[in-house]
Design a protein around this ligand. Structure first.
Ligand SMILES: Cc1cc2nc3c(=O)[nH]c(=O)nc-3n(C[C@H](O)[C@H](O)[C@H](O)COP(=O)(O)O)c2cc1C
Length: 204
């Protein structure tokens, strides 16, 4: 059976039950499932079909543990950029992400979704792959979420994973089986965010 047949969850179910899963069980993800998820990621569209992506699938426990504090540092550097310097400063909406910043090293798999060149073009071309990856993971009962790093840790993360200077890390995706449940996700109604033909033409 190939990845296409194994990813048989109806697309509607995958899309409408996918949400950010940050609390992950330590159980390992079978290699065949990881491969299916990556096959799905590499089916995404990209500018001129340039496919400027490289996925580093971090499974090694020692590496994940070593990466954890760097991720935490990056997460707090992003908060500091917004004026938050301690857990007491943070609005409640940040709590789950803050916990992930403490626990990410224990995720069974961390995927570093990289662009093979710097700049907004290559970056934009790898973003659809992240969503393909997460939807395929959802279809296999695997959760995760998109996260970003921070320039403050960039050189050290590049060195840790042998990422060339010419490449950029776009997202860092922890993956694992959820401790909680999948979706539904809370989103604005279509009527609020869509219009026909002109921005001001209400979509009813
Ligand atoms: C570009 C981008 C950056 C994100 N960065 C982080 C992050 O650093 N840490 C985190 O825990 N979640 C991060 N998220 C996940 C979002 O917080 C999440 O998708 C959003 O709150 C919706 O969550 P829901 O699907 O559970 O409703 C990011 C998502 C995107 C698209």
């Amino acid at each position: 059976m190939n990845a296409e047949s194994r990813l048989s969850m109806p697309v509607g179910e995958a899309i409408f039950t996918q949400r950010a899963i940050r609390r992950l069980k330590p159980d390992p993800i079978p290699e065949s499932d990881l491969r299916d998820v990556l096959e799905a990621a590499t089916r995404a569209p990209s500018g001129g079909n340039s496919q400027p992506w490289h996925f580093i699938v971090v499974r090694d426990a020692a590496l994940r543990q070593k990466f954890g504090p760097l991720y935490r540092e990056a997460w707090w550097a992003k908060r500091a950029d917004s004026g938050y310097h301690s857990p007491e400063d943070l609005p409640p909406a940040y709590r789950a992400a803050m916990r992930l910043a403490d626990e990410i090293g224990a995720s069974p798999v961390i995927v570093l979704l990289c662009a093979t060149a710097k700049g907004p073009g290559p970056m934009g071309s790898v973003i659809p792959a992240a969503q393909n990856l997460l939807l395929a993971a959802r279809a296999l009962g695997i959760g995760g979420t998109i996260t970003t790093l921070h320039a403050q840790v960039e050189d050290r993360v590049h060195a840790m994973f042998g990422i060339p200077e010419t490449a950029q890390i776009v997202y860092c995706l922890p993956l694992g089986y959820p401790r909680g449940r999948f979706g539904p996700a809370k989103r604005k109604p279509v009527s609020e965010v869509c219009s026909y033909d002109n921005w001001d033409n209400a979509f009813s």
